[in-house]
Design a protein around this ligand. Structure first.
Ligand SMILES: Cc1ncc(COP(=O)(O)O)c(C=O)c1O
Length: 294
Protein backbone atom coordinates (compact mmCIF):
# COMPACT_ATOMS: atom_id res chain seq x y z
CA UNK A 1 0.00 0.00 0.00
CA UNK A 2 2.81 2.38 0.89
CA UNK A 3 4.78 1.42 -2.20
CA UNK A 4 1.93 1.70 -4.69
CA UNK A 5 1.32 4.78 -6.83
CA UNK A 6 -1.39 6.98 -5.34
CA UNK A 7 -4.04 9.03 -7.14
CA UNK A 8 -3.16 12.70 -7.77
CA UNK A 9 -3.75 14.90 -4.73
CA UNK A 10 -6.60 17.40 -5.22
CA UNK A 11 -6.31 21.02 -6.39
CA UNK A 12 -8.72 23.55 -4.89
CA UNK A 13 -9.20 27.24 -5.59
CA UNK A 14 -9.45 29.56 -2.58
CA UNK A 15 -10.74 33.11 -2.68
CA UNK A 16 -8.22 35.26 -0.84
CA UNK A 17 -8.91 39.01 -0.90
CA UNK A 18 -5.24 39.98 -1.34
CA UNK A 19 -5.05 37.89 -4.50
CA UNK A 20 -8.47 38.81 -5.81
CA UNK A 21 -7.64 42.51 -5.59
CA UNK A 22 -4.71 41.85 -7.95
CA UNK A 23 -6.81 39.77 -10.35
CA UNK A 24 -4.81 36.63 -9.53
CA UNK A 25 -6.39 33.23 -8.78
CA UNK A 26 -4.88 31.24 -5.93
CA UNK A 27 -5.01 27.44 -6.17
CA UNK A 28 -3.87 25.03 -3.49
CA UNK A 29 -2.35 21.69 -4.44
CA UNK A 30 -3.44 19.69 -1.41
CA UNK A 31 -0.43 17.43 -1.36
CA UNK A 32 -0.85 17.24 2.42
CA UNK A 33 -3.65 14.79 1.55
CA UNK A 34 -1.52 12.48 -0.61
CA UNK A 35 -0.91 9.98 2.20
CA UNK A 36 -2.40 9.87 5.72
CA UNK A 37 0.90 9.24 7.54
CA UNK A 38 3.45 10.58 5.08
CA UNK A 39 2.00 13.89 3.92
CA UNK A 40 3.18 15.96 0.98
CA UNK A 41 6.78 15.94 -0.01
CA UNK A 42 7.54 13.25 2.59
CA UNK A 43 5.62 10.69 0.54
CA UNK A 44 6.88 12.11 -2.76
CA UNK A 45 10.48 11.72 -1.65
CA UNK A 46 10.35 8.60 0.45
CA UNK A 47 8.17 6.32 -1.68
CA UNK A 48 10.74 5.86 -4.51
CA UNK A 49 13.47 5.29 -1.92
CA UNK A 50 11.37 2.75 -0.05
CA UNK A 51 10.74 0.87 -3.30
CA UNK A 52 14.48 0.83 -3.97
CA UNK A 53 15.27 -0.31 -0.42
CA UNK A 54 12.78 -3.18 -0.62
CA UNK A 55 13.89 -4.15 -4.16
CA UNK A 56 17.50 -4.17 -2.93
CA UNK A 57 16.61 -6.57 -0.10
CA UNK A 58 17.41 -4.07 2.70
CA UNK A 59 15.81 -4.71 6.07
CA UNK A 60 16.75 -1.37 7.58
CA UNK A 61 16.76 2.33 6.62
CA UNK A 62 19.14 4.93 8.01
CA UNK A 63 18.77 8.67 7.72
CA UNK A 64 19.88 11.95 9.29
CA UNK A 65 18.27 14.94 10.91
CA UNK A 66 18.07 17.48 13.70
CA UNK A 67 16.11 17.00 16.89
CA UNK A 68 12.90 18.39 15.33
CA UNK A 69 13.25 16.89 11.86
CA UNK A 70 9.95 16.11 10.07
CA UNK A 71 11.99 13.89 7.79
CA UNK A 72 13.20 11.69 10.66
CA UNK A 73 9.61 11.32 11.83
CA UNK A 74 8.39 10.45 8.34
CA UNK A 75 11.14 7.85 7.89
CA UNK A 76 10.33 6.27 11.24
CA UNK A 77 6.63 6.10 10.28
CA UNK A 78 7.49 4.60 6.87
CA UNK A 79 9.62 1.94 8.56
CA UNK A 80 6.79 1.01 10.90
CA UNK A 81 4.30 0.81 8.01
CA UNK A 82 6.61 -1.38 5.93
CA UNK A 83 8.03 -3.50 8.72
CA UNK A 84 11.56 -2.20 8.08
CA UNK A 85 13.95 -1.22 10.85
CA UNK A 86 14.98 2.45 11.00
CA UNK A 87 18.01 4.23 12.40
CA UNK A 88 18.09 7.99 12.90
CA UNK A 89 21.47 9.71 13.09
CA UNK A 90 20.64 12.82 15.11
CA UNK A 91 22.64 16.06 15.21
CA UNK A 92 23.91 16.91 18.72
CA UNK A 93 25.51 14.36 21.05
CA UNK A 94 24.59 16.61 23.99
CA UNK A 95 21.01 15.34 23.53
CA UNK A 96 22.00 11.73 24.17
CA UNK A 97 21.48 11.70 27.92
CA UNK A 98 18.37 13.90 27.99
CA UNK A 99 14.68 13.04 27.79
CA UNK A 100 13.53 12.91 24.16
CA UNK A 101 11.54 15.83 22.80
CA UNK A 102 8.09 15.05 21.31
CA UNK A 103 9.41 14.69 17.80
CA UNK A 104 12.18 12.23 18.71
CA UNK A 105 9.84 10.41 21.10
CA UNK A 106 7.52 9.79 18.15
CA UNK A 107 10.44 8.45 16.11
CA UNK A 108 11.36 6.11 18.96
CA UNK A 109 7.73 5.01 19.40
CA UNK A 110 7.71 4.07 15.70
CA UNK A 111 10.71 1.86 16.38
CA UNK A 112 13.52 4.14 15.19
CA UNK A 113 16.87 3.55 16.87
CA UNK A 114 18.36 6.98 17.61
CA UNK A 115 22.09 7.54 17.38
CA UNK A 116 23.30 10.96 18.52
CA UNK A 117 26.47 12.39 16.97
CA UNK A 118 28.53 15.52 17.57
CA UNK A 119 27.64 18.60 15.58
CA UNK A 120 31.07 18.59 13.92
CA UNK A 121 30.74 14.96 12.77
CA UNK A 122 27.22 15.71 11.59
CA UNK A 123 28.45 18.65 9.50
CA UNK A 124 31.11 16.45 7.89
CA UNK A 125 28.82 13.51 7.05
CA UNK A 126 29.22 14.11 3.30
CA UNK A 127 32.87 13.01 3.62
CA UNK A 128 32.90 9.28 2.81
CA UNK A 129 35.26 8.33 5.67
CA UNK A 130 33.22 10.28 8.25
CA UNK A 131 29.98 8.80 6.93
CA UNK A 132 31.35 5.25 7.05
CA UNK A 133 32.49 5.79 10.66
CA UNK A 134 29.11 7.23 11.69
CA UNK A 135 27.15 4.40 10.07
CA UNK A 136 29.43 1.78 11.60
CA UNK A 137 29.03 3.32 15.05
CA UNK A 138 25.24 3.46 14.54
CA UNK A 139 25.22 -0.25 13.60
CA UNK A 140 23.74 0.74 10.23
CA UNK A 141 26.57 -0.01 7.80
CA UNK A 142 24.36 -2.24 5.63
CA UNK A 143 21.15 -0.18 5.92
CA UNK A 144 19.63 1.68 2.95
CA UNK A 145 20.78 5.28 3.45
CA UNK A 146 18.49 8.24 2.75
CA UNK A 147 20.20 11.64 2.97
CA UNK A 148 19.23 14.45 5.34
CA UNK A 149 15.92 15.96 4.22
CA UNK A 150 15.41 12.95 1.96
CA UNK A 151 16.63 14.81 -1.15
CA UNK A 152 18.41 12.39 -3.47
CA UNK A 153 17.96 11.53 -7.15
CA UNK A 154 15.07 9.12 -6.49
CA UNK A 155 13.34 11.70 -4.30
CA UNK A 156 13.57 14.23 -7.12
CA UNK A 157 11.89 11.74 -9.45
CA UNK A 158 9.06 11.48 -6.93
CA UNK A 159 8.74 15.27 -6.82
CA UNK A 160 8.79 15.43 -10.63
CA UNK A 161 5.61 13.33 -10.53
CA UNK A 162 4.08 16.11 -8.42
CA UNK A 163 5.03 18.57 -11.18
CA UNK A 164 3.45 16.34 -13.83
CA UNK A 165 0.20 16.31 -11.85
CA UNK A 166 0.18 20.10 -12.14
CA UNK A 167 0.71 20.36 -15.91
CA UNK A 168 -1.67 22.87 -17.42
CA UNK A 169 -3.11 23.87 -14.03
CA UNK A 170 -1.53 27.34 -13.69
CA UNK A 171 1.24 29.46 -15.15
CA UNK A 172 3.15 29.56 -11.87
CA UNK A 173 3.57 26.89 -9.19
CA UNK A 174 5.19 27.74 -5.87
CA UNK A 175 6.68 25.64 -3.09
CA UNK A 176 8.51 26.29 0.18
CA UNK A 177 12.14 25.14 0.25
CA UNK A 178 14.42 23.64 2.87
CA UNK A 179 17.01 21.54 1.01
CA UNK A 180 15.50 22.52 -2.36
CA UNK A 181 14.83 18.93 -3.41
CA UNK A 182 11.09 19.39 -3.80
CA UNK A 183 11.55 22.47 -5.99
CA UNK A 184 14.25 20.76 -8.07
CA UNK A 185 11.97 17.81 -8.87
CA UNK A 186 8.76 19.81 -9.21
CA UNK A 187 10.31 22.16 -11.80
CA UNK A 188 11.45 19.18 -13.86
CA UNK A 189 7.92 17.76 -13.98
CA UNK A 190 6.01 20.91 -15.00
CA UNK A 191 4.96 21.41 -18.62
CA UNK A 192 6.01 23.99 -21.23
CA UNK A 193 5.08 27.57 -20.33
CA UNK A 194 4.92 26.82 -16.61
CA UNK A 195 7.40 28.11 -14.05
CA UNK A 196 8.24 27.03 -10.52
CA UNK A 197 8.95 29.48 -7.70
CA UNK A 198 10.77 28.37 -4.57
CA UNK A 199 10.43 30.23 -1.28
CA UNK A 200 13.42 29.43 0.99
CA UNK A 201 12.51 29.23 4.68
CA UNK A 202 16.17 29.51 5.71
CA UNK A 203 18.22 32.62 5.20
CA UNK A 204 21.58 32.28 3.50
CA UNK A 205 21.34 32.49 -0.27
CA UNK A 206 22.91 29.04 -0.78
CA UNK A 207 19.86 27.33 -2.19
CA UNK A 208 20.25 28.10 -5.91
CA UNK A 209 23.51 26.12 -6.02
CA UNK A 210 21.89 23.25 -4.13
CA UNK A 211 18.97 23.04 -6.54
CA UNK A 212 21.33 23.06 -9.55
CA UNK A 213 23.48 20.34 -8.02
CA UNK A 214 20.46 18.17 -7.11
CA UNK A 215 19.13 18.51 -10.67
CA UNK A 216 22.55 17.58 -12.04
CA UNK A 217 22.57 14.40 -9.93
CA UNK A 218 18.99 13.44 -10.77
CA UNK A 219 18.54 14.60 -14.36
CA UNK A 220 22.08 15.14 -15.63
CA UNK A 221 21.62 18.93 -15.95
CA UNK A 222 19.23 21.85 -15.48
CA UNK A 223 15.54 20.95 -15.72
CA UNK A 224 12.50 23.20 -16.00
CA UNK A 225 12.04 26.91 -15.41
CA UNK A 226 12.53 27.80 -11.75
CA UNK A 227 13.54 30.76 -9.63
CA UNK A 228 13.80 31.61 -5.95
CA UNK A 229 11.86 34.30 -4.11
CA UNK A 230 14.25 35.26 -1.31
CA UNK A 231 13.52 37.44 1.70
CA UNK A 232 10.59 35.52 3.20
CA UNK A 233 12.41 33.52 5.89
CA UNK A 234 10.90 35.66 8.70
CA UNK A 235 14.13 35.66 10.70
CA UNK A 236 15.26 32.08 10.06
CA UNK A 237 14.33 28.44 10.23
CA UNK A 238 11.37 27.63 12.47
CA UNK A 239 10.91 31.30 13.40
CA UNK A 240 7.22 32.17 13.39
CA UNK A 241 6.84 35.85 14.34
CA UNK A 242 3.44 36.99 15.62
CA UNK A 243 2.44 38.55 12.29
CA UNK A 244 3.08 35.29 10.44
CA UNK A 245 1.21 33.32 13.09
CA UNK A 246 -1.79 35.67 12.77
CA UNK A 247 -1.69 35.41 8.97
CA UNK A 248 -1.61 31.58 9.09
CA UNK A 249 -4.40 31.40 11.67
CA UNK A 250 -6.53 33.78 9.56
CA UNK A 251 -5.94 31.67 6.45
CA UNK A 252 -7.01 28.54 8.34
CA UNK A 253 -10.18 30.27 9.57
CA UNK A 254 -11.12 31.59 6.14
CA UNK A 255 -10.51 28.37 4.20
CA UNK A 256 -10.53 25.47 6.66
CA UNK A 257 -7.10 24.38 5.42
CA UNK A 258 -4.53 23.47 8.10
CA UNK A 259 -1.43 25.64 7.58
CA UNK A 260 1.89 24.10 8.61
CA UNK A 261 3.83 27.01 10.10
CA UNK A 262 7.51 26.34 9.30
CA UNK A 263 7.15 25.98 5.54
CA UNK A 264 3.63 26.42 4.22
CA UNK A 265 2.79 29.62 6.14
CA UNK A 266 5.91 31.31 4.75
CA UNK A 267 5.00 30.19 1.25
CA UNK A 268 1.47 31.61 1.41
CA UNK A 269 2.70 34.87 2.95
CA UNK A 270 5.31 35.22 0.19
CA UNK A 271 2.75 34.62 -2.57
CA UNK A 272 0.39 37.28 -1.21
CA UNK A 273 3.25 39.79 -1.19
CA UNK A 274 4.45 38.78 -4.64
CA UNK A 275 0.91 39.14 -6.02
CA UNK A 276 0.75 42.66 -4.59
CA UNK A 277 4.12 43.49 -6.14
CA UNK A 278 2.72 42.53 -9.56
CA UNK A 279 4.73 39.32 -9.94
CA UNK A 280 1.75 37.52 -11.50
CA UNK A 281 -0.13 39.00 -14.48
CA UNK A 282 -3.80 39.92 -13.94
CA UNK A 283 -6.01 37.06 -15.03
CA UNK A 284 -3.34 34.45 -14.30
CA UNK A 285 -3.31 31.74 -11.62
CA UNK A 286 -0.68 30.63 -9.14
CA UNK A 287 -0.69 27.26 -7.40
CA UNK A 288 0.75 26.92 -3.90
CA UNK A 289 1.84 23.39 -3.08
CA UNK A 290 0.72 22.46 0.44
CA UNK A 291 3.70 20.25 1.25
CA UNK A 292 2.78 19.25 4.79
CA UNK A 293 0.43 19.34 7.74
CA UNK A 294 0.86 21.12 11.08
C1 LIG B 1 6.18 20.69 5.09
C2 LIG B 1 7.44 20.85 4.32
N1 LIG B 1 7.43 21.61 3.22
C3 LIG B 1 8.54 21.81 2.48
C4 LIG B 1 9.74 21.24 2.84
C5 LIG B 1 10.96 21.55 2.02
O1 LIG B 1 11.39 20.50 1.26
P1 LIG B 1 12.83 20.48 0.60
O2 LIG B 1 13.79 20.10 1.68
O3 LIG B 1 12.71 19.45 -0.45
O4 LIG B 1 13.12 21.83 0.07
C6 LIG B 1 9.82 20.43 3.98
C7 LIG B 1 11.09 19.83 4.34
O5 LIG B 1 11.28 19.11 5.24
C8 LIG B 1 8.63 20.23 4.76
O6 LIG B 1 8.63 19.48 5.89
Amino acid sequence: MLLRERPPSPVAEVREPRFERCGVRLLLKRDDLVHPELPGNKWRKLAPNLRAAVAGGHRELVTFGGAYSNHLRATAAAGRLLGLGTVGVVRGDELAGRPLNDSLARCAADGMRLHFVSRSDYRRKAEPAVLARLLEAAGAASAYAVPEGGSNALALEGCAALGRELRGVSEAVAVACGTGGTLAGLAAGLGPGQRAIGVPVLAGGFLGGEVRSLQQQAFGGPAGDWSLAEGFDHGGYARVPAALEAFAAGFEDRHGVPVERIYVAKLLWALAELAERGEFPRGSAVTAVVTGRP
